[in-house]
Structure formats: structure tokens, C-alpha cells
Ligand binder design. Structure first.
Ligand code: TPP
Ligand code: DXP
Ligand code: MG
Length: 621
């Protein structure tokens, strides 16, 4: 028998469904997502939680004419499936396949590209202003999670919206009481109070009885009645104070609540705020029980669930960092560990357990995390901010103005530096070398393996000023990590192989892709260790003793470590043949990490070919 889901090729089909069919579709859609994500990997828990909401939204609103923006977009798989991409799901997050996030270039239903959180309200407000000024009648909907709602940017947008006349903006707060890890902060407590108080009953009455199927002229009265009723039970919500009409909380898995409430809100227009309660992992017991484990799993068998690896595998760089942090904290009571909402991803789970008083998850608030670290450093403690390279982009001004300018002692552990794989261009950490190295007072370390990561973390931590250590997603060559907390000389490179004529200068883990090439070409191979300060003495010597230099880095070529070498060369009036290898000036899509690196010529074969292309045959010795 044809499944209902297979007949839903676009939202136009969803709009025709009866209430009963919507519920059937939800069951099928949930099963489809579980099956599909278990085969590809991806963000499971959040998508299981948005099944009913997505169906209801496409049922009630006239997408794509009405604009629907998914904050972060990691919960947009039901939306992708219902907007003509059901057949593309087997290629999700794989090279050549569809993205794990909404993308304007992928579908007209993806009104805005997302992946970094808390942009949705700003984006829909911008769209709403444009619609107003162009006299276009449409609705603009932002679906934002409770975790993403904690970011300053979301509040900047609410603040702006509250005084913007004549716009239709519906903010749907998808509150599952979870970020990736348990949510933090006072806002979370506030949302819990909204849920637990008499408000819930009032909102239910409002959603179901007062506003349900009400003709437009009566709505104004209803709104006033609602306001009055709320006033009697509890003071106005924060969102009302900011100029929105707050409705909810309602059950985000109950189609009978969702559909009429959304229909009513569609008719109301203006600034509307709907608080929806959902469950992360809804409908799949294992994910409901452990939404963190199922937040973004790889492939797994849905019957068995995610299995623990049988033997000890290679340590990831994240794990190397996590162990180093605990060891250093044990030795130095001044150490403070900070994460902007990425406890698991950044390797801080153990640190939180062992040093709860010194652990700070500040929420999805990267800008704040940087300035918070600056404040901690002002008082003589030693903050270590564990942050993904891509998310540090959010805190750039804070980095310059609050940390570097005051030469404060903050260590930045930059995880996910370089290409990250399945998350794609939005999450790639390609720019940190370029955007950090132009800042005075900065130290930038690029460890080449696991042991180097520990050494350089200790070195940067002991350095009394801002310093960053960048390391990629996943594991490296599996180097043995010495348990000591040794340091190396700041700005000193290590010559790994002495050769002639050609010198390969490697910044980071690509040293190991370059090593066989150096061997084959009898080239000098240097583990540069630091982008800043550069080992100028060694470089100047190499520029004179070698005819050709090649720099290799997993970061943007423009402004990257190779550019630092070029600047040094020019500043000293030297002229050497210099080939800069790194990430080209394009956004690199999702795919397998190693495959992507090979695709841009950053594996051994690619490095060898680039050298041959540029310098011709290997120089005769
Ligand atoms: C600026 C930014 N910081 C961090 C992240 C990583 N991140 C992705 S989803 C997520 C949790 C979001 O929580 P919420 O919005 O409540 O959605 P849920 O996962 O609960 O569905 C985080 C921290 C991100 N995508 N963007
Ligand atoms: C959506 C999001 O931003 C995170 O869930 C991210 O996908 C995590 O990436 P890692 O898997 O590299 O921790
Ligand atoms: Mg949440």
C-alpha cells in the first residue's frame, strides 16, 4: 500500500491533508527520519522533535510565499522531506548530496541559509521589513530553539522588532528544554516558570477556545480578553514586554493544538510569539532517553542503537585537549574552563565532573564567552576558552578589543580547525589563522599530532598573553601522548628532515601528508609549530639555503601562514620561489573530511602534484 508520506511531494500536498491525515503523516515522517538518519548520520534528536511542528507549519502557511526560517537548521530534515527532497535524503551531508542545513541555493523553500545559531529572528525581521516596504502581504516565521534563544543576537532582533511597525513576524520558540547538553542560564529557568505556572492553562484556553476559528473582527476583542486574563494570573511575559503577543506554551506534538493555534496566529499578523513545548528525540525511545548521544550521531542500527566502540581507538584531538585540561587544572588551581554551549564537542565532560566550580558553560554566547574570559583573566585567573574555530568568528571584536588589546592571558583551544566534513562550509574552521595572525600580541600554535597538541597547549597556557592552539576534528596519526605538561620554546620550529633545494614548511597536521613527498623529493621538512611568532631565524636561513619553499596549511591560503612566510621574505628583500598550499578561495561543501582534503589537493598526491606543476620536475640533486 502506498504510504501517505510518498504522496507528499510538496507543501501543497500537505495543505490538503485532514487533521487525521496530518497525524498519520507525522507517524510515517518520524519513522522515515529515523531510518534515513541511521543510514547517513546526522542531527537526529532535534529532527524527531520537529515533525508535527513542520507538518503544521506547511499545512497552515503558504510556503514558500510565506517565509519560514529554521534557526541553526539542524532540525530542518522534516522540512526538507516535505519540500521535495525526500528522495535526496540518502545523500544527506555527503559529497554531492544535500546539505544538513537549509540553503537558499538548494530549495525555494529554504528562505534563509542557517547553521550558526540565533540568526533567524534577525533574518525574518529583515524580510518582513522588505515585504512591508514592497507592499507584499506575507508571513515571516522564525523557528528558534530554547538553546539558540539564549544568544544575544536573538535578543537584539526581538529588541529591534518590538519597535518596527507594520511587520508580520511570527517567532516560534521550540522549547525542548535542551541545548546540545542541558540548557543553561536564567532564560532557561524563566521558560520553565512559564511552563509550570498557571500560564499554561491560560494559554491552552486561549489557543483552543478563545481564538479558535474566530472571525477577524472579533480577534481584537479576543486579544484584549487574553491580555486581561494573563494579567490576572501573572505579569506579562518578557516577550510581551518586548512588544510581541505571547501565546503558549502549547504541546508541539499535538496536532490538535498546533494547527488551530497557527491558523489563529496567521490571521492575527503583527508581532506574534508562540511558545511550543517539544521533546528532543520524540518517538525513538533511545534518543528520548539520551538526546545528547543522538544529537548528531554517525550511522547506527536503529534496532540496536549506538554501540560503544569495542576496542580502544585512536584518541581524537578533542580528547587530547580534554585530558590536558584536567591535568593542567590539577596542577594549576587558577585554571578556569569555559565553553559556549559545546561541552561534549569540545571535550569538557570530564573537566566539569572533576572541577565543577571552575567549569563554565555560558550558553550559545560566543561573544560573551570571549569577554567573560577576558574578565576572568583581569583578576589573575587563567581562563581556557574551548571554542570551535568557526564559532570564534562570532567573537572577533571581543577577541581584538577585550582580549588582545589588553594583552590578557586567555588561552583559546580552537577545535574543528580546518575542514570538518559532514557539516560543511558553515562549520569549517578555515579562517582562524588569517583572522588571528593580524592581531598584535597574538600567539598561534598549529600542532602536527596529538603529542604536539599537548605540548603546545601547555606552552600557550604558560605564555602570559593571548594564545591559540588550533587542531582539527577527529584524530591524527595516533602519536603517543607523553603524560608530562612539558613546554617548548615559543616560536621555534622543528626541522623533521634535512634535504636540499626544496623546503616544505608545514603548519599543523598536514605535516604528515607532506612527509612522504619530502622523502620522495629529498626536500627539507619543517614542523613550523607556530604561525605567530614565526621562527624567523630558521626561515631566513632556509630562504637562503634553499631555492624553493612550499608552505602547507589546513586553512585559507589568503592571509594564512604561507602569507606570513611571504611577508617575511619580502620584508627582508629575499626572493625565493614560494608555493603556498592551503584552502582555496571558495566555500567547500560537506563530505568526507579526507575526501574533501584530497579534493583541494591537500593529501600527499595533491601536494606532490602541486609542487611538480609549479616547479616542474623535482630539482636534480
Ligand atoms: C553560533 C553557534 N554556536 C554553537 C552552535 C552549535 N549548536 C548547534 S545546535 C546547538 C544547540 C541548540 O539548541 P536549541 O536551539 O535548543 O536546539 P535543539 O538542539 O534543542 O533542537 C548548538 C549549541 C551553533 N550551531 N551555532
Ligand atoms: C548543528 C551544530 O552546530 C552542531 O550540532 C554541530 O553539528 C556539531 O558538530 P560536531 O559533530 O563537530 O561536534
Ligand atoms: Mg532546545
Amino acid at each position: 500500500m502506498t504510504k501517505l508520506l510518498e504522496t507528499l511531494d510538496s507543501p501543497a500536498d500537505v495543505r490538503k491533508l485532514s487533521q487525521h491525515q496530518l497525524k498519520m503523516a507525522a507517524t510515517e515522517l518520524r519513522a522515515f527520519i529515523l531510518d534515513s538518519v541511521s543510514r547517513t548520520g546526522g542531527h537526529l534528536s532535534s529532527n524527531l522533535g520537529t515533525v508535527e511542528l513542520t507538518l503544521a507549519l506547511h499545512h497552515v502557511f503558504n510556503t514558500p510565499h510565506d517565509r519560514l526560517v529554521w534557526d541553526v537548521g539542524h532540525q530542518s530534515y522534516p522540512h526538507k522531506i516535505l519540500t521535495g527532497r525526500r528522495g535526496d535524503m540518502p545523500g544527506l551531508r555527503q559529497q554531492g548530496g544535500i546539505s544538513g542545513f537549509p540553503r537558499r541555493s538548494e530549495s525555494e523553500y529554504d528562505a534563509f541559509g542557517t547553521a550558526h545559531s540565533s540568526t533567524s529572528i534577525s533574518a525574518v525581521l529583515g524580510m518582513a521589513v522588505a515585504s512591508r516596504n514592497l507592499n507584499i502581504d506575507r508571513q515571516h516565521i522564525a523557528v528558534i530553539g530554547d538553546g539558540s534563544m539564549t544568544a544575544g543576537m536573538a535578543f537584539e532582533a526581538l529588541n529591534n522588532a518590538g519597535v518596527t511597525p507594520g511587520v508580520n513576524v511570527l517567532v516560534i520558540l521550540n522549547d525542548n528544554d535542551m541545548s546540545i547538553s542541558p540548557p543553561v542560564g536564567a532564560l532557561n529557568r524563566y521558560l520553565a516558570r512559564l511552563l509550570s505556572g498557571g500560564f499554561y492553562r491560560d494559554a491552552k484556553n486561549v489557543g483552543r477556545a478563545v481564538l479558535e476559528h474566530m472571525p477577524a473582527p472579533v480577534l481584537d476583542i479576543a486579544r484584549r480578553v487574553k491580555g486581561h486574563a494573563k494579567g490576572m494570573i501573572s505579569p506579562a511575559t518578557l516577550f510581551e514586554e518586548l512588544g510581541f503577543n505571547y501565546v503558549g506554551p502549547i504541546d508541539g506534538h499535538d496536532m490538535d493544538s498546533l494547527v488551530p493555534t497557527l491558523q489563529n496566529l496567521r490571521e492575527l499578523g503583527g508581532l506574534q510569539f508562540l511558545h511550543v513545548i517539544t521533546k528532543k528525540g520524540q518517538g525513538y525511545k533511545l534518543a528520548e532517553a539520551d538526546p545528547i548521544l543522538y544529537h548528531g550521531p554517525g550511522k547506527f542500527d536503529p534496532e540496536l542503537g549506538i554501540q560503544k566502540p569495542s576496542g580502544p581507538g585512536k584518541q581524537t584531538f578533542t580528547q587530547v585537549f580534554g585530558s590536558w585540561l584536567c591535568d593542567m587544572a590539577q596542577q594549576d588551581s587558577r585554571l578556569i574552563g569555559i565553553t559556549p554551549a559545546m561541552r561534549e564537542g569540545s571535550g569538557l565532560v570530564e573537566f566539569e565532573k572533576r572541577f565543577p566550580q571552575r567549569y563554565f558553560d555560558v550558553g550559545i554566547a560566543e561573544q560573551h564567552s570571549v569577554t567573560f574570559a577576558a574578565g576572568v583573566a583581569c583578576e589573575g585567573l587563567k581562563p581556557v576558552l574551548a571554542i570551535y574555530s568557526t564559532f570564534l568568528q562570532r567573537g572577533y571584536d571581543q577577541f581584538i578589543h577585550d582580549v588582545a588589546l589588553q594583552n590578557l592571558d586567555v588561552t583559546f583551544a580552537l577545535d574543528r580547525a580546518g575542514l570538518v566534513g559532514a557539516d560543511g562550509a558553515t562549520h569549517a574552521g578555515n579562517y582562524d589563522i588569517a583572522f588571528l595572525r593580524c592581531i598584535p600580541n597574538m600567539v598561534i600554535a598549529t600542532p602536527s599530532d596529538e603529542n604536539e597538541t599537548r605540548l603546545l597547549l601547555s606552552t600557550c597556557y604558560q605564555h602570559a598573553g593571548p594564545a591559540s592552539v588550533r587542531y582539527p576534528r577527529g584524530s591524527g596519526i595516533g602519536a603517543q601522548v607523553a603524560p608530562e605538561l612539558d613546554v617548548v620554546e615559543l616560536g621555534k620550529a622543528v626541522v623533521r628532515r634535512k634535504g636540499e633545494k626544496l623546503a616544505i614548511l608545514a603548519f599543523g597536521t598536514l605535516l604528515h601528508a607532506a612527509a612522504p613527498v619530502a622523502e620522495k623529493l629529498n626536500a627539507t621538512l619543517v614542523d613550523m609549530r607556530f604561525v605567530k611568532p614565526l621562527d624567523e631565524a630558521l626561515l631566513l636561513e632556509l630562504m637562503q639555503s634553499h631555492q624553493q619553499l612550499v608552505t602547507v596549511e589546513e586553512g585559507a591560503i589568503m592571509g594564512g601562514a604561507g602569507s606570513a612566510v611571504a611577508e617575511l621574505m619580502h620584508a627582508n628583500g629575499l626572493c625565493c620561489d614560494l608555493l603556498q598550499l592551503g584552502l582555496p578561495d571558495v566555500f567547500i561543501d560537506h563530505g568526507d573530511q579526507a575526501g574533501l582534503l584530497a579534493g583541494v589537493g591537500l593529501d600527499a598526491a595533491g601536494i606532490e602534484q602541486a609542487i611538480a606543476r609549479r616547479f616542474g620536475q623535482p630539482p636534480a640533486n
